[in-house]
Design a protein around this ligand. Structure first.
Ligand code: NAD
Ligand code: DAU
Length: 334
């Protein structure tokens, strides 16, 4: 088999950089170019572990010229780039429309032009939310019902990919994954925010009552599933990625506090996120039975403890973004 040339969009973000690390480690036959705009969420230092082993291009996926020039040189595009934070989308939706919808359109037009394979990374949030006691989980057949500007733009991007696959024969697969945790996640997100707050002697902030449930998966497992889909997935199909990791937010905060040697109740309840989705839960049977994927990180508590250790040991990575992030939350009253 000849070597594969791959473009990774959003490869300086949380999940994209982990995908690049994993690929360099496990797939020496893959030549990687990263396209990333280095927005407030991107950090080139997240690629330090693979320094010299990948090509980095700073650029915007909504710019058709840079997208064209890079896509024409590769065999595969793995598309992670997005505006990814719900709270930001409630404050200013436009960057979400621009990157998630128009940016995905530009990627689709380029892969269509050159007959390049695409894997599109999406989220379980496109399905809306579930009641706490609903026995059903999200499946690939669940109707789309997004709640926030973020999730509605991700849903829009998925629908574009489906339409380009059907109408233009674009060779695409889609994955919708649940909440990721692990190293290199921006301090605006729930787990890194609380861990770095505790390091700073600040009490964690829990939205509303803390009863909301997320279905946690380690970022390494998300990306091993992405590779499984690239290797074995059927073109035109959607696969849901999840590791049966449902935990309510209050329990997550209590576990962080306990692991970090603090009293379990040393947190504050703050005002709720508008439209806050109650519960996400993934049924990943199709991915497991059809493609034979299984997660490796099965114990959330030990994965969380390792993540806490990473943030404790890598303060120089997150510290430059902490103050501005907390200033934004202060403005939101959270
Ligand atoms: P992130 O915010 O950490 O990273 C996004 C990256 O995209 C950043 O490096 C940023 O600079 C880059 N980017 C943003 N706009 C860009 C543009 N216009 N052009 C080029 N690059 C741009 O996000 P993440 O958490 O790593 O999420 C990555 C993908 O995974 C997203 O598509 C997201 O919807 C999806 N996803 C995330 C989760 C999760 O729990 N974080 C779960 C399921 C799916
Ligand atoms: O489900 C997948 C999605 O998971 C991804 O598509 C998104 O990109 C990713 O950001 C994440 O979305 P959430 O909104 O679930 O993640 P977030 O980390 O913002 O919040 C997780 C939960 O914690 C949510 O119920 C809100 C709550 N929360 C969040 C913060 C930042 C708090 O209680 N306190 C906080 O300080």
């Amino acid at each position: 088999m000849p070597d594969m040339r791959m473009l990774v969009t959003g490869g300086a973000g949380f999940i994209g950089s982990n995908f690049v690390h994993q690929t360099v480690r496990e797939r020496p036959d893959v030549h990687i170019t990263v396209l990333d705009a280095l927005t407030y969420a991107g950090d080139e230092r997240s690629l330090d572990p693979v320094d010299g082993q990948v090509v980095f291009a700073k650029g915007d996926i909504a710019d058709p010229d840079i997208v064209d020039a890079l896509v024409r040189e590769v065999d595969l595009v793995v598309h992670f780039a997005a505006e990814s934070h719900n709270d930001n989308s409630l404050h200013d939706p436009w960057p979400f429309l621009r990157t998630n919808v128009i940016g995905t359109y530009q990627i689709l037009e380029a892969v269509r032009r050159y007959g390049v394979r695409l894997h599109h990374i999406s989220t379980d949030e496109v399905y809306g939310d579930l009641e706490l006691d609903d026995p059903a989980k999200f499946t690939p057949e669940t109707p789309y019902n997004p709640s926030s500007p973020y999730s509605s733009t991700k849903a829009s991007s998925d629908l574009l990919v489906r339409a380009w696959a059907r109408s233009f024969g674009v060779q695409a697969t889609i994955s919708n994954c649940s909440n990721n945790y692990g190293p290199y996640q921006h301090v605006e997100k729930f787990i890194p925010r609380q861990v770095t707050n505790v390091i700073d002697g600040v009490r964690p902030k829990l939205y509303g009552t803390g009863e909301n449930v997320r279905d946690w998966i380690h970022v390494e497992d998300h990306n091993s599933a992405v590779w499984t889909i690239i290797d074995k997935g059927r073109i035109g199909e959607t696969y849901l990625i999840g590791a049966d990791g449902e935990v309510d937010n209050k329990t997550v905060v209590e576990t962080i506090l306990e692991v970090m040697g603090q009293p379990k109740d040393a947190y504050d309840l703050v005002s709720d996120r508008p439209g806050h989705d109650l519960r996400y839960a993934i049924d990943s049977t199709k991915l497991r039975e059809e493609l034979g994927w299984t997660p490796r990180y099965r114990d959330f508590r030990s994965g969380l403890a390792a993540t806490i250790d990473w943030y404790s040991a890598n303060e120089s990575w997150w510290r430059p973004r902490k103050e501005a992030t907390e200033a934004k939350y202060t403005q939101l009253g959270r």
